[in-house]
Structures are given as structure tokens and as C-alpha cells.
Design a protein around this ligand. Structure first.
Ligand code: SAM
Length: 326
């Protein structure tokens, strides 16, 4: 659907159509500003909030069905009618919180529990809406019929993982704290709309798990702060009788090389202070290379202090689902 829309948008723009006026002033925006996705997200927001009923009939996210020709006509009319609002929304960078990534994070936490069976304090950097801080409240179904997590959750992740079996465990999460430079409040209508608007409207499985996670968030509190990753890491402390877990997914690439080095150093320094009764774990799902020559993969990596070296636990899809345990 978005491939269709983007192709038509490019043609329209090059011919000086409606999109040219909407995008005026953004011509020299760099590629990584993702202006195309900003515009699609802005229009999706109008559709989701009931402000573009003539276009909604083509959007699967609100029960419609995509049609490349009629859908574009309705889209073009929205561009023509809602220019000022759309231009305002274009200043907002796309912001997503992918619930599927909880598969890698929760599975990694269960792996950790196999070696460190202590209550967990969860600290996430780049947590966006903090939805994955509730990962233990989602249900993970495996192809063999077994399931992990919370049985009656509104988030059900099918075929969540395969590979080396994971020992089921009841995790005790004592604290859930996140940080992000642009956090989204999933409990507010505006925040829920923001997170939903940047999911592509025909990706129904992603939309379903996001909507389920928004429901979980209303029941399970998490404290997400507006704070950059480095200052958050700098202020972290270990706690007696708990394993302190620093985790993150698909955020490390947004740090500069210098920030990445500083972030690693802060985690290692905290690890150096860890003891068997105040352990630290660093768990992440990030695009990485196994060796400098290898292709990047989305690797799930765990390091535990005191003592342990980083261990590749497995791999996952960029959206987390499915994961594979090595
Ligand atoms: C692609 S999103 C991933 C969000 C979430 N971790 C997930 O997997 O769904 C990247 C997130 O990193 C945040 N971010 C970027 N730079 C950051 C920084 N220096 N400190 C904290 N968060 C940052 C962004 O605001 C965004 O929420």
C-alpha cells in the first residue's frame, strides 16, 4: 500500500501536483528525515482520528480495503484539503515502539533467569512509549503449542521463537524504568495516536500487537523519562538482591560513535561494581556484525556481571518476531 502511495506521490510531486505545495520548504530535508514516511504518518493520523472518512474506506487499519487508483484519488483530496495541518505534522519525526521486539527481550530475560534467578529491575534506553517494559505481560506462543509469558494477555505473539529451548520461569519485575529523548505517553490519546500512525496501515499483525500493548500499558505502570541514554546510564545504581538489567532494541544506531563508546564505558564501569548479590546484565537486540567482515544481523546479545563475556543468544527479525535461539 505504501509502495503504491509513495510511487504516486513521487509522480505527483515531479509533475507539480498537490503534494508539491504540502512539501514546500522540505525540499532539502536529508534522506534520513524520512519526509515521505512523515507525510504518510500525518495522513494516517487524520484517518485514525476520524478526520478523513473518504480516505478511511481504503485504510485496513480502520477496517477499509486498499485500492491503488481510488485510494490515491482520496489521498490526493486529503492533501488538497488539509495542507496546513499536514505541514504542521511534517515537523514531527516518525516515532515507533515495536512490540514484536519484546520477543527477543523477554526471551533474553528468561535466558538470564536461567543463570541469575533474582528479581529484576528493568532499565531501558530509547524506550519510546515504554511498551516493551511490560514484556512479561505479553503471551508468547511457540509452534509446538507451548507458551510463555502471561496466558490471558491482550498481546499474543504467534510463533514467537524457535531454536534452543528456553526454561520457562516466573519473572519478578521489581521496577520498570525507561528513558528516551522523545518519549511518547502510551496512556494519552495523543501518544497512542502517534505510535499507531507510524505503523503502516496494512500491517495488521503489527497494529494488533500495538493496540494490545496499549491496553496492557493501561494496567501495568512503567516510568518513562525524557532523558538521553548517556545521562540515564550515568545515574544508574545497582541494588542488593536484584539483578539490574539495562536493555535496548534498535536505538544504538541513533547514538554517535563517541556516544556509543561512552555508553559502553558507562555500562562496563557499572558492571565492574557488580557483585553476586548486586549483578548487572546488559541485554540488547541491535543490528550488529559477528565479525568485521560479516553482514549485519539483528543479534540478541547478553552480558552479565560479575564475570561474563558478551554472549550472542540468537537472532531476530528487525521487528523482533520471530526470534531464533542459538
Ligand atoms: C527505532 S526507535 C526504537 C524504540 C524501541 N526501542 C523499540 O524497539 O520499539 C529508537 C528510539 O530511540 C530514541 N533515541 C534516539 N536517540 C536517543 C538518545 N540519545 N537517548 C535516548 N533515546 C534515544 C528515539 O527517540 C526512539 O524512541
Amino acid at each position: 500500500m505504501y509502495a503504491d502511495l509513495l510511487r504516486r506521490l513521487v509522480d505527483d510531486y515531479e509533475l507539480g501536483g498537490t503534494s508539491t505545495a504540502v512539501l514546500a520548504g522540505f525540499e532539502s530535508a536529508p534522506g534520513d528525515a524520512l519526509i515521505g514516511l512523515r507525510l504518510l504518518g500525518a495522513v494516517h493520523r487524520l484517518v485514525l482520528s476520524g478526520q478523513a472518512p473518504e480516505l478511511a474506506v481504503f485504510y485496513p487499519s480502520v477496517g477499509g480495503e486498499w485500492d491503488a487508483v481510488l485510494g490515491w484519488e482520496a489521498f490526493d483530496q486529503v492533501l488538497a484539503a488539509r495542507g496546513p495541518e499536514l505541514r504542521n505534522l511534517l515537523t514531527q519525526a516518525p516515532q515507533t515502539n515495536e512490540v514484536g521486539r519484546s520477543t527477543a527481550l523477554y526471551g533474553g530475560l528468561l535466558r538470564l533467569a536461567e543463570v541469575v534467578p533474582l528479581p529484576v529491575r528493568l532499565f531501558e534506553i530509547g524506550s519510546s512509549g515504554g511498551l516493551n517494559l511490560r514484556a512479561d505481560h505479553f503471551r508468547y506462543n511457540l509452534a509446538d503449542g507451548s507458551s510463555y509469558g502471561t496466558a490471558d494477555s491482550s498481546v499474543v505473539l504467534e510463533d514467537a521463537w524457535s531454536g534452543r529451548p528456553i526454561t520457562p520461569a516466573v519473572l519478578r519485575i521489581a521496577e520498570r524504568v525507561g528513558s528516551d529523548i522523545a518519549p511518547v505517553n502510551p496512556l494519552s490519546e495523543d501518544g497512542a495516536l502517534t505510535l499507531t500512525s507510524y505503523v503502516w496501515p496494512d500491517m495488521t499483525a503489527r497494529l494488533e500487537r500495538l493496540r494490545g500493548a496499549l491496553e496492557v500499558a493501561r494496567k501495568v505502570p512503567a516510568d518513562v523519562r525524557r532523558e538521553d541514554a548517556l545521562s540515564f546510564l550515568r545515574n544508574l545504581e545497582l541494588s542488593e538482591g536484584h539483578v539490574t538489567v539495562v536493555w535496548h532494541s534498535v536505538m544504538w544506531q541513533y547514538l554517535s560513535p563517541a556516544e556509543q563508546t561512552a555508553g559502553d564505558a558507562l555500562i562496563v564501569a557499572l558492571g565492574a561494581r557488580a557483585t553476586p548479590t548486586t549483578p548487572l546484565a546488559h541485554l540488547c537486540l541491535e543490528p550488529m556484525r559477528r565479525t568485521p567482515e560479516a553482514e549485519p544481523e539483528f543479534l540478541i546479545v547478553l552480558q552479565v556481571w560479575p564475570g561474563g563475556a558478551p554472549r550472542i543468544l540468537g537472532t531476530a527479525d528487525p521487528h523482533g518476531l520471530p526470534a531464533y535461539w542459538e
